[in-house]
Design a protein around this ligand. Sequence first.
Ligand SMILES: [Zn+2]
Length: 297
Amino acid sequence: MQDWNTLATDETMLLNTHYTPGRAGRTVDKIVLHHNAGNLSIPDCWNVWQTRAASAHYQVDANGRIGRLVNDTDTAWHSGDWDANLTSIGIEHADVSTSPWLISQATLDNGAHLVAALCHHYGLGRPEWLVNVYPHNHFQATACPASIADTQRDEYMRRAQEYYDQIQGEDNMPTAQEIANAVWNFDQNGVLMRDRVQGTDTAANKTLAIAQRNDGRLARMLMSLKRYTGIPDDDTTTVPDLNNSMTGDRVRRITLMLKRLCGIPDDDTTLPDTITLSDTQLDAIADRVATRLKGNA
Ligand SMILES: [Zn+2]
């Protein structure tokens, strides 16, 4: 498989007949497993299904290579049951032995991995036999999928579940700490956010000096921030949550007020850099931003 996340197959040989475009408005809720009853390559499958009225979405060959013959969005003719066809993805597997029937370890491993990737992709949940993964013979009287429903079933499903757990465990989202760090180190017009907030860069220091000469003004600024964000005057612990509480208008008004209190001309587009917060307060803000970005708020 070229990419389990995007379901990019090693080979794509789409049939131009013997499948039904679309799924008649139905959605995928299961995977149906088949065996070739032979050892077919991906082109072999294409040739067979171009001439015989049958098809499946995927073929896993004896080397574990995966071919796509029908798009997932179309209905393949594989289960002998129309309703099952409309709501399933069919996977074929090459046999390497006929007596007894067996698929290779490479086919088993890649077939199971494909089941896991499809269950993840379509939100079907952890692969479970007869819950979201079915043998062909569940829908039609047939010996298919032979060993996959018999001697090799448990290993096949165990690996499908392992791969699924592995995929689910991969958290591609940045951690809260990584997001907090990114916010903290955000570079705004050449000044890092942490410097701006802490007042440790040159530009901020300059404004901080102004504010420090005006303690009374700073206190009034903070009081105004509290009132605009709905924090009681006598609450000395809650950190104003600007993202959550203020509309653009309020932000503009407060910015203007801060500028005037800091002695910055109205038409100067530099933001005031003078509010000094404790490390604890900064951490709390970073955590809130991180939580909101994670969508858990
Ligand atoms: Zn079958």
